[in-house]
Ligand binder design. Structure first.
Ligand code: TXA
Ligand code: MG
Length: 368
């Protein structure tokens, strides 16, 4: 996909050391008011924002990202109170969830108010809303008073951006203002929770874990597509509740295979695959434990290794995963081999992204 020249010059403001805080915020607020695009950090990933109530502004998000028209956006607001004008009603569980997890990486799907344009919700009768927990996102939402529709600030299909540099790599010249807040904290996107179903249902695992949700409100379902196991989308009956779940995503350029299972079988199987599948420059995405094992058992010649942190630190894997996928592309590996991580806690969100990055090329080490 070639990018059309836009005539837009992206102006970057550095906010994380306070240098451009005032001027950056002012420029971003003005851009939003003019219906232009603003990239800004949240605690999960960088967002590509526009005024959620301006159809033309929202439409330009889809153009800049090359995003399919049927994939709805998340609307960002500064607090729970700001949700009410955007929805027709909220179930009782909403307040409980909001007080537990907001501000934070939880997105809730609610019946939309009539004035929320179909451009924002991709024609759905519901709207996705979240209150981000990041000082820059909060300052932008409060200073502008604008509900901001914002998908992750990457070209569609690419890994989500956890650094301002990632945003520039994908969207330079497509966005008026970029607020650089340094690295984001959580690293994977928010958990998308559907409150329009009888039982709150996780459509996309993310920064708030299933365990945390269940501890807070009891019964919470997991949409089968949210695990992103191969064929899950094709085999699961019923409607696709989260359109984003049906697209190949986070995919590096090189063919990618993911190996799942327990150590040391997962490492043995990985090594076997690296030896069997011809590659000039194999890329390995491993836990620190996996990298240490390969160190002892022989690293393949010419391999490039990126690490996700210790096996028992899924939060660290979440922080690193997207930058690592971009890094492997940047160094030009021709095959990628990924070590799966346990699906407990935020590990479920990490594995959802890794499974989708592998595009269904998943090997189970335990059942060989
Ligand atoms: O952490 C995040 O959520 C980041 C930051 C910027 O807030 N945003 C983000 O947005 O990841 P995006 O557009 O990349 O992902 C939004 C997800 C998609 O899977 C989309 O299909 C789903 O939310 N979604 C949005 N509105 C929906 C709706 N009304 N019903 C069901 N799913 C919805
Ligand atoms: Mg995205």
């Amino acid at each position: 996909m070639s990018m059309q020249p836009t005539g837009i010059k992206t102006v970057t403001y550095i906010l994380h050391n306070d240098a451009d805080w005032q001027s950056g915020l002012q420029a971003a607020v003005q851009a939003l008011r003019r219906g232009e695009l603003v990239a800004f950090p949240t605690e999960t990933v960088y967002g590509l924002g526009a005024d959620a109530l301006k159809p033309d502004a929202v439409a330009s998000i889809f153009v800049a990202k090359g995003r399919p028209q049927d994939n709805p956006l998340i609307v960002h607001v500064p607090d729970e109170e700001a949700v009410l004008p955007l929805v027709r009603s909220v179930p009782p569980v909403f307040h409980h969830l909001a007080s537990h997890f907001w501000p934070g990486p939880l997105t809730m799907i609610l019946p939309k108010a009539p004035h929320v344009p179909p451009e924002t919700t991709a024609g759905l009768d519901s709207v996705a809303i979240r209150v981000p927990n990041h000082p820059i996102a909060q300052a932008l939402l409060r200073a502008s008073g604008i509900p901001v529709a914002a998908p992750s600030a990457n070209r569609s299909g690419r890994p989500s951006p956890t650094l301002a540099e990632h945003v520039l790599a994908d969207l330079d010249g497509q966005v008026a203002v970029l607020l650089d807040g340094g690295p984001t904290g959580v690293g994977v996107e928010s958990t998308v929770l559907d409150l329009t179903q009888e039982i709150p249902t996780v459509l996309r695992p993310g920064g708030v874990t299933l365990e945390q949700l269940r501890a807070a409100v009891g019964d919470v379902a997991l949409d089968p597509r949210a695990t992103a196991l191969p064929g899950a989308g094709a085999q699961v009956a019923g409607p696709v509740r989260s359109p984003g779940m049906k697209y190949r995503h986070y995919a590096p350029a090189a063919p990618t295979v993911l190996v799942e299972g327990r150590p040391p079988q997962v490492w043995e199987r990985l090594k076997q695959l690296v030896c069997e599948i011809p590659a000039k420059k194999p890329g390995l995405l491993l836990t620190d434990d996996g990298a240490a094992w390969f160190g002892q058992h022989g690293m393949p010649a010419g391999a490039v290794v990126c690490t996700l942190g210790p096996l028992n630190r899924p939060d660290e894997a979440a922080r690193r995963i997207f930058a690592a996928l971009r890094q492997l592309d940047a160094v030009g590996v021709d095959r990628i081999f990924i070590e799966g991580v346990p699906t407990e806690g935020i590990g479920l969100a990490v594995m959802n992204r890794l499974r989708r990055a592998a595009g269904g090329q998943i090997v189970q080490a335990d059942t060989m």
